[in-house]
Write a protein that binds this ligand. Structure first.
Ligand SMILES: C[S@@+](CC[C@H](N)C(=O)[O-])C[C@H]1O[C@@H](n2cnc3c(N)ncnc32)[C@H](O)[C@@H]1O
Length: 326
């Protein structure tokens, strides 16, 4: 059992699952878990009353985690190795969809997947194990483009300094090398602060896996895949993602007027969602004590109306660039 003083293993505990289940209770019918990971959410959905869960993960190795779940959970679950932006090709007419964004503890723990700055491994970071690796990406981008990625996706103010040092070091192949370069560019972390390489690693992982494109397309796909009254629950781990989910749901619930900022608010007469959580839900004190990794997690839940699914302007939920880059 994971404990607060054993943080790496605490990552195995599903985050914000109790408030999620409370917000969508009573659970019944067919659900889709778009980020199966270690199967924590799927398991709880079945235990709470789902008749079937479509378990989606772009990492084909996640299927092994399903095989490790109890037989009665497996019997009600089917695994689909695909991206959640294509979830409406897996199923439609769903009673609920859950997304728990980011990397799984399995991916972080395996040094050879290249997600961790704490465990040296190849500079990979591909969730699906296909396409361009982090090493390829760093090699392909010029210094300015690399700084842009680190700044925009990592909210890292020292992005230019870091990009310059990375490019000066020549082709990188190991996570350990990258972590060391970033550490040399930044002041030492104070107690309680995150490792200096956190933001740079996050930025590269987001770019390698096109996580924002996936999230935007995934929210649209969820709108198409839910039946009237179906729930969409999304757990995010950093502010950029949470802002995207918030803006999407508010726009779709008719709360911020129309996607077109020149149109009057009253134009949005037929919203696709109603908000179940008015504000993002964070971890309780008890969850924080049990699982420190839940600190930055935020849950938002909405319920599908009967209005037809539509298109939304990506710019209306995109995140503005930060000020103050060095
Ligand atoms: C934070 S973990 C999910 C943990 C899970 N809720 C649990 O309780 O074990 C995120 C998982 O989502 C997967 N993933 C991330 N983005 C994805 C995408 N766009 N499509 C499909 N799977 C994705 C990752 O491969 C990873 O396994």
């Amino acid at each position: 059992m994971a404990t607060a003083d054993h943080a790496p293993h605490a990552a195995h505990i599903p985050v914000l699952i109790d408030p999620l289940i409370d917000a969508v209770a009573p659970v019944s019918g067919v659900w889709l878990d778009g980020t199966f990971g270690n199967g924590g959410y799927t398991r709880r959905l079945v235990e709470a009353g789902a008749s079937h869960v479509h378990a989606v993960d772009r990492d084909p190795l996640a299927e092994d985690k399903l095989r490790a779940l109890p037989d009665d959970i497996q019997a009600k679950t089917s695994f689909h190795a695909t991206v959640f932006s294509r979830m409406d090709e897996v199923a439609t007419g769903l009673d609920g969809i859950v997304l728990d964004l980011g990397v799984s503890s399995m991916q972080l723990d395996q040094a050879e997947r290249g997600f961790s700055f704490l465990r040296d491994g190849p500079l990979d970071m591909r969730m699906s194990q296909e396409g361009e690796t982090a090493a390829d990406l760093i090699d392909r981008l010029d210094e300015q483009q690399l700084a842009g990625v680190i700044y925009t996706y990592g909210e890292e103010k020292a992005s230019r300094r870091i990009a310059r040092a990375i490019k000066a070091a020549g082709p990188l192949t190991r996570t350990g090398e990258l972590a060391e370069i970033v550490e040399r560019c930044l002041p030492r972390a104070k107690p309680g602060q995150s490792h200096p390489a956190t933001r740079t690693f996050q930025a590269l992982r987001i770019a390698v896996n096109d996580e924002y494109g996936e999230l935007y397309q995934g929210l649209m796909a969820a709108e198409r895949a839910l039946k009237e009254g179906g729930f969409l629950a999304v757990v995010t781990f950093h502010s950029i993602e949470d802002r995207m989910v918030k803006r999407f749901l508010q726009a779709r619930a008719g709360r911020t007027g129309n996607a077109n900022r020149y149109a009057p608010e009253a134009v949005q007469v037929d919203p696709q969602f109603e908000l179940v959580t008015r504000k993002a839900v964070g971890p309780s004190e008890a969850e924080l004590a049990r699982n420190p990794r839940s600190r930055s997690a935020r849950l938002r839940v909405a319920r599908r109306t009967g209005a037809a699914a539509g298109e939304i302007d990506a710019k209306s939920i995109a995140t503005p660039l930060l000020k103050g880059r060095d």
